[in-house]
Design a protein. Sequence first.
Length: 114
Amino acid sequence: MKVMIKDIIGISCITAEDGDKVYQMVYKQLKKGDEIILNFRDVKYFNAVFFNAAIGKLLKDFTDLQLKRLLHIKNITDETQSLIELVVKNSTKYYDNPDYQKIVDEVIKHLMEY
């Protein structure tokens, strides 16, 4: 399956809601074992919030190795690739370590109260 991100999201990939749109599409295909290509051609803006929602959340149900085998990301800069790698690293730690997950959730809850 090939997904042109610009056609679905536009040129700015910065919100969790937009990331969740991508997540919903990708998750269904990955559960089937299908390979997916996310093509970011002509997308200009990215941030960690988007990638946490689109890709990071996948680490709850898939291993890093499964994602490397099935999920391919095209037309991004080296800087964006580094951001995605950081999101995957942090998400893996979050979902693999219940103690870490609890701490992060408490910090987020505390921040949301302000």
